[in-house]
Design a protein around this ligand. Structure first.
Ligand SMILES: [Fe+2]
Length: 169
């Protein structure tokens, strides 16, 4: 693999692990707010981000390229309401999408068809991630930040069973 691509994929491993860390911190904040469903949803999201990092990790190993793990930044997981939290999720996922697209452009420039093939999955995944965040924002905009609506929404989000399946859909 070309060196520039190995560096870029290692950076993306770091970005996915930072995403995982952010969602785990947000999950803890939801527990403090007595919203176990949202906490659970975010914890599953944490697992999903680790799986994303591992997809890139395994790819580098398979391609006989050097894995270089970097420091994971302290997450900024402060929000005033569940609605604000999911606006943060959407903003973060948009940032990840732009990273994936840049990486796709680089892979195309360097004619690395194997990396392009892997990134195709991530391009599709990001469409789903942004859609899930938007669905949660729409629901929270309707139900508000307290009362029976939030109670029911929290329960619905808590029904998410595994990585990749969002109760917000
Ligand atoms: Fe991700």
């Amino acid at each position: 693999m070309k060196e520039a691509l190995v560096t870029a994929v290692n950076d993306q491993i770091n970005a996915e692990l930072e995403s995982a860390y952010l969602y785990l911190a947000m999950s803890a904040r939801m527990e403090e707010r007595n919203l176990p469903g949202l906490a659970r949803w975010l914890k599953i999201q944490w697992e999903e981000e680790i799986a994303h990092a591992m997809k890139f990790y395994d790819f580098l190993i398979q391609r006989d390229a050097h894995v270089s793990l970097k420091a994971i930044a302290q997450p900024e997981a402060t929000f005033d309401s569940p609605l604000e939290a999911f606006r943060m999720v959407l903003e973060h996922e948009r940032h990840i999408t732009s990273r994936i697209w840049e990486l796709s452009e680089l892979a195309a420039d360097e004619s690395d068809y194997a990396l392009q093939s892997l990134l195709k999955w991530f391009v599709d995944e990001q469409v789903e991630e942004e859609d899930n965040a938007r669905a949660a924002i729409d629901a929270l905009s309707l139900v508000g930040d307290s009362g029976p609506g939030l109670f029911l929404f929290d329960r619905e989000m808590g029904a998410r069973t595994d990585a990749g399946q969002a109760a917000a859909e």
